[in-house]
Design a protein. Structure first.
Length: 721
DNA sequence: CTGGCGAGCCAGTCGACGCTAGAGCGTCG
């Protein structure tokens, strides 16, 4: 039997916990099932393997009971306890848990008081006011339930791409073993990479369909056979998905694959085009107007060729302009796995991940990543053991130390900081400014209205310390709708502040979705494709984010983590500069200034604070957010810079900036460049100048001495060494 | 159900919000 994956075992434990809770079982037992599921989900190796090595029960939280159940599950996709609970509770009650606002206890109460066992019955009860007759239930709950049912119906029957792929690929593997099968492919919306999948479509090339069909009907995943034919066969799977098999002869496999990959709208449009060209396209091949076969099309590209088009990647086949683009030779060169250089969102066991920083780094090196950012949760997410300032600062030290020991991987210290209800960040901005990479995400208070939520996210974008907004819409394909958010306004803010939006590749999220990725492209907002890995083995899992990005027409230049780290670092450095270093914004601040030192405020006028006896100045950071002061020792001459207005249009209005060639520094740079080996500081300075357009006349002078085009010299140095 | 403490029992992740009821329970992250 095909191997059962950890996540599927975890799901069975989750179901067991749900059913037991609805049944009124011991809550600690319920919690133990949930915990076991969570642990198995996060295991670094297949549970089957650990079981064989007798290591499974050594894991904290997994005892002998769990081991016995896992054994049964591996054998038959269920266990005695689960069978018993399923018989006792029934599927309707468990289905009710999918309605937002209904938990196991409420479902149990509704069942006990009103005898309700299905969503239809629940809807009726809510409409006629029966819900309100129950203790602790009122009109508010009834309304909530009805709204929840409506939302549930809209997305019903869909499952996440990851699960559809997993089951689909398992079926593909099983069918591929048959000698009668020449080729087998997943078609339909799975092949197009849609986030939420209705049915599975499987396509087989074979000259002997009978055995293929009967094998399909007897797969372990099959619950019930719906349509029983040789070349066409439909079944219902254990996960309640429908799977359709079609068997066709190998010479027309390409035509069939194209036809059954869809989308329907794409096919309709393509057939219209065929009509205009005097041919017909079907799943059997390309025909003349009078039904004479021109080409059965063994490959998909043959179909397109007859229509005068290049092959169009499946992800684009949604009739969203791809045919026209193909016609003009303007198809996007879609982002590919090989383009990605790093991963900028992952968790370790410092919060809710299962690997250490070192383990994550090791895996990233195996995968050939050039850089990764460790981004654990912040303290507002108590359930995930989120980091407070102290723990994050300590982690930063550890990460930086380890980074220093690695020469082939840049290990970045970051955080996934929660965006609080009002848009404040959950951690001190002064600390956030010291990190290499900051993802800001909404996890809590997700039921705000659209205006509040939008303002909240934009405020985080405007903070200046945030590099990317994590899973921006909060959606869970097939499970939960996005929270209300005016994405357009968020896009504008993100573009204005050089903040990227994340396309989170977590298999339950895939957020941003395809449409939103394309909006980013159109609005000029950078996208970053992350795995949100919670274990080392998740790090290779870029395919779901890639699916969304490709469906959103993204190319390499639209994706931030397809760029070298220097580009990203420069973006961050520039943004911090433009927003004023938040370290100075912790109000009020006392600073030391030398005698003769003159402070300039936002308008470039002097005197922003009272000068005390020792020359210290109390700066009211509320009113003078952009006052910039060098530490006493570092100030050789009474030079003061101040920041222009926060919007930062005009460079240095009223501010005095040192913008001259420094002779001693120049000499030092000359030596550094002549050596040909860039140290980190120089590399950073170089990329900052190159990518962010920062002024650096000294550097420019040094570079121009090494070639006619200082920009070129700079690029060569950066890429060459 | 699991793990800890002590050899059979006991306690079990945090915190906020909404709903209904006027403090508490259930849900959601």
């Amino acid at each position: 039997m095909a191997r059962l994956e950890n996540s599927e075992i975890a799901r069975l434990f989750g179901e067991m916990a749900d059913l037991l809770q609805i049944d009124g079982g011991d809550r600690h037992r319920v919690a133990a099932f949930r915990r076991a599921g969570r642990i198995i989900e996060g295991l670094p190796r297949p549970a089957e393997e650990l079981l064989a090595r007798a290591e499974l029960d050594k894991i904290r939280g997994i005892g002998s009971g769990t081991v016995q159940r896992v054994k049964q599950m591996l054998r038959r996709h269920s266990c005695d306890e689960l069978d018993k609970l399923r018989r006792k509770v029934g599927p309707g009650l468990r289905e009710m848990l999918a309605i937002k606002g209904l938990g196991p206890t409420t479902v149990r109460n509704i069942h006990n008081h009103l005898g309700i066992e299905s969503i239809d019955a629940l809807e009726y009860a809510a409409k006629v006011g029966a819900i309100e007759t129950m203790p602790r239930m009122g009109p508010g709950m009834a309304h909530k339930i009805l709204a929840g049912i409506e939302a549930y119906r809209k997305r019903r029957g869909k499952i996440a791409l990851s699960e559809a792929q997993r089951v689909g690929r398992r079926i593909v593997r099983a069918l591929a073993e048959l000698p009668e099968v020449a080729r087998v492919e997943l078609a339909g919306s799975v092949r197009r990479g849609k986030a939420a999948i209705g049915d599975l479509d499987l396509l087989v090339a074979s000259s002997d369909p009978g055995p293929v069909s009967s094998r399909f009907q007897t797969l372990a995943d099959v619950e019930e056979v719906l349509v029983r034919g040789d070349t066409r066969c439909s079944v219902r799977l254990h996960n309640q998905q429908q799977a359709d098999l079609r068997v066709l002869p190998a010479p027309s496999f390409g035509a069939g694959l194209h036809y059954f990959t869809g989308s329907k709208l794409h096919n309709v449009e393509l057939r219209k085009r065929a009509g205009r060209m005097g041919v017909k396209v079907s799943d059997k091949g390309v025909f003349s107007r009078d039904e004479v076969l021109i080409d059965p099309c063994p490959e998909e590209a043959d179909v397109f060729r007859h229509l005068g088009l290049p092959w169009i990647p499946p992800e684009l086949r949604e009739n969203q302009g791809e045919i026209e683009a193909a016609e003009r030779g303007r198809l996007p060169k879609l982002i590919e796995a090989g383009d990605l250089l790093g991963d900028l969102h992952m968790h370790t066991r410092d919060s809710d991940g299962s690997g250490s920083v070192g383990e994550m780094a090791a895996r990233a090196r195996e995968l050939g990543h050039r850089y990764i950012a460790i981004t654990d949760h912040s303290k507002a997410l108590g359930i995930a053991n989120g980091l407070d300032e102290r723990r994050l600062a300590a982690q930063m030290q550890r990460v930086r130390k380890l980074d220093g020991e690695l020469d082939d991987l840049r290990l970045l210290s970051g955080v996934e900081v929660d965006i609080l209800a009002d848009g404040e960040l959950d951690l001190d901005p002064a600390l956030l400014a010291q990190l290499d990479w900051v993802v800001a995400s909404v996890h809590k208070w997700t039921n705000q209205d659209e205006a509040t939520m939008t303002r909240r996210v934009i405020r985080a974008i405007e903070s200046g310390v945030v590099d990317a907004i994590g899973h921006p819409t909060g959606r869970r394909p097939g499970k939960r709708d996005p929270y209300p958010l005016e994405l357009e306004a968020v896009l504008v803010a993100a573009r204005d502040h050089d903040v990227a939006l994340e396309c989170n590749g977590g298999p339950n999220r895939m957020d941003l979705g395809d449409v939103d990725c394309r909006r980013c492209r159109e609005r000029g907002v950078a996208v970053v494709l992350d795995t949100d890995a919670h274990a080392p083995r998740h790090l290779g899992r870029h395919e779901f984010a890639l699916a969304m990005a490709r469906r959103g027409w993204l190319e390499r230049q639209h994706v931030l983590n397809a760029q070298p780290w220097e580009v990203l670092a420069a973006r961050r450095a520039r943004r911090l500069r433009d927003h004023g270093d938040p370290a100075w914004r912790v109000a009020p601040t006392i600073v030391q200034v030398p005698v003769g030192f003159e402070l300039a405020d936002d308008e470039g006028e002097g005197e922003v604070g009272e000068v005390g006896e020792g020359g210290e100045v109390l700066v009211d950071a509320e009113d003078h957010a952009w006052v910039d002061v060098e530490p006493l020792e570092a100030v050789a001459a009474p030079v003061v810079t101040s920041k222009p207005d926060a919007e930062g249009e005009g460079e240095d209005s009223g501010a005095v900036e040192v913008a001259e060639v420094d002779a001693s520094e120049l000499e030092q740079l000359r030596r550094g460049l002549a050596a040909g080996v860039l140290d980190d500081a120089l590399r950073e300075r170089l990329s900052y100048w190159l990518m962010a357009g920062a002024e650096d006349p000294t550097l420019e002078q040094a570079l121009s001495e090494r070639g006619p085009n200082p920009l070129q010299v700079g690029f060569d140095l950066l890429s060459g060494s």
